[in-house]
Design a protein around this ligand. Structure first.
Ligand code: ZN
Length: 466
């Protein structure tokens, strides 16, 4: 619980667009009680120092991967360097990680996320067991580290324990590098039961992530989802779906169908689902998947970093498809930068500009922010869908005095300057989560000490993986 509070903003981005003279009021749990445009500024009320935006949900994160950001940017022996060579290093780190290291890495990462405009995160968490592959005495220990990290940093959390059983389509046995991820379906359901009260205590949402169609056989997907429904029939479901063309080809060889096509024919996909990296889809898959109401989980910086391919945002949005953004491997941790990269990818592919603008919102940064917040909130399964009554008071305040924003004529132009013209962090002044200010003057109070703990954890990891 926090204290009830209020804030006045000359310009605020509400779900229906920019509004003037907005007074926000929230209760002791951080939920918005009223959002009133056209209000006179109450005497003595706190005032936002610039345009106020809804906080951005980060819909896809593997926290531990932040520890090897920067370490995979060289070509090794494989002239066809790809996702699969990156994965080899990821497995080395995943194989060495301790609970203390994960807690330190995740806490520093979540502090960074807050400083970069994210107010909540969906953690797609697949390292479950001890380093030898045997379950910990407390099976939920690594999940608990993530819950504690989010609570310490003050970021909202959706925890998605990952079901992982096979190394490829057709129930290929897991490899040695996957020993810490592997878990039977009944073990997963026990873990969810163990984690549910812990999540509730910390205000986190619990969901489930079948890792991918290559890592979970069809009957296990069905059983796990039935078990999840028994626990919480509205819990979020996330899956890596079509990130790599090699994965699409392997799925075709196995089933005669592409991954998205297969999933739509074999699972009841609806608005609870987040299709992470729905990168490789045919026109028919775009149409069918968008119609389910599922959210496409886009991770533009990671997809670029790994050479995955380009999502066709035009096709997806032409069918009313919903989407949100995630920082995934954390090569980049910055909400505005993901939006910029998404738009720039589409510009490069289509030779047009302002591709993600809308008929009712010409300013692309404004349109993208609204759509990414709505899609991210849906994928999170939490009330973080922007500045509206009943939603959490999660928001970001831009610095109207920043060189790139000062004296610009409209809040649309200021947000555009933040996304396309500034350093994408330098104009972020404050970040609030559930009515509590977590970032002030661009800085989180724990930034220094959590960064030091991150460096120490990475030092240990590098000494055990090299
Ligand atoms: Zn991922």
């Amino acid at each position: 619980m926090t204290a009830p509070g209020s804030l006045f903003a000359e310009h605020a981005l509400l779900p229906e667009g920019w509004a003037r003279d907005v007074l926000l009021e929230w209760d002791g749990s951080g939920r918005l009680l009223s959002v009133r445009p056209g209000s006179p500024a109450p005497a003595g009320a706190a005032r936002a120092a610039g345009p106020l935006l809804p906080g951005m949900p980060n819909l896809h994160s593997h926290a531990f991967q932040r520890a090897f950001a920067g370490l995979t940017e060289y070509r090794g022996h494989d002239p066809e360097d790809s996702f699969w060579s990156w994965r080899a290093l990821m497995y080395r780190f995943a194989g060495a990680l301790t609970p203390e290291q994960l807690r330190a890495i995740a806490t520093a990462l979540y502090v960074e996320m807050l400083e970069a405009g994210y107010t909540s995160v969906c953690e797609f968490h697949y390292v479950h067991h001890d380093r030898d592959g045997r379950p910990y005495a407390d099976d939920g220990v690594l999940s608990a580290c993530l819950i504690e990290a989010a609570a310490q940093a003050g970021i909202g959390l959706t925890l998605l324990p990952v079901l992982y059983q096979t190394s490829g389509f057709g129930a290929k046995p897991p490899t040695e590098g996957q020993r810490r991820f592997i878990r039977r379906t009944d073990d997963m359901l026990r873990l969810l039961e163990r984690l549910k009260p812990l999540c509730e205590r910390h205000g986190a949402r619990l969901g489930l992530a079948p890792h991918s169609l290559r890592a979970v056989p069809p009957e296990a997907v069905a059983d796990a989802l039935a078990g999840l429904d028994a626990l919480d029939a509205s819990a979020p479901i996330h899956i890596h779906i079509a990130e790599q063309t090699a994965e699409v080809e392997a799925c075709l060889a196995w089933s005669g169908q592409r991954p998205v096509e297969w999933l739509l024919d074999h699972a009841k996909v609806d608005g609870r689902w987040c299709l992470v990296h729905a990168t490789h889809m045919t026109a028919d898959e775009h149409r069918r998947a968008a119609a389910t109401g599922a959210v496409a989980g886009l991770c533009p910086s990671t997809e670029a970093n790994l050479g995955d391919g380009l999502f066709d945002a035009g096709a997806w949005r032409s069918h009313g498809g919903r989407w949100g953004i995630g920082s995934d491997s954390h090569a980049c941790v910055n909400a505005a930068e993901e939006l910029m990269l998404l738009e720039y990818g589409q510009r490069l592919a289509t030779q047009r500009r302002n591709v993600l603008a809308r008929a009712d919102e010409a300013h692309v940064a404004t349109a993208m922010t609204l759509e990414a917040v709505a899609g991210g909130a849906q994928a999170s399964g939490r009330p973080v869908a922007g500045l509206a009554v009943g939603q959490q008071a999660d928001f970001v305040i831009l610095d109207a005095q920043h060189t790139l924003l000062r004296e610009l004529p409209t809040p649309q132009a200021m947000l555009s300057a933040h996304v396309f013209a500034s350093h994408r962090r330098s104009a972020l002044r404050e970040v609030w989560v559930a009515g509590r200010r977590r970032v002030e003057q661009g800085a989180h109070p724990l930034a220094g000490e959590t960064a030091a703990a991150f460096i120490a954890a990475r030092r240990e990891l590098l000494s055990t993986t090299s």
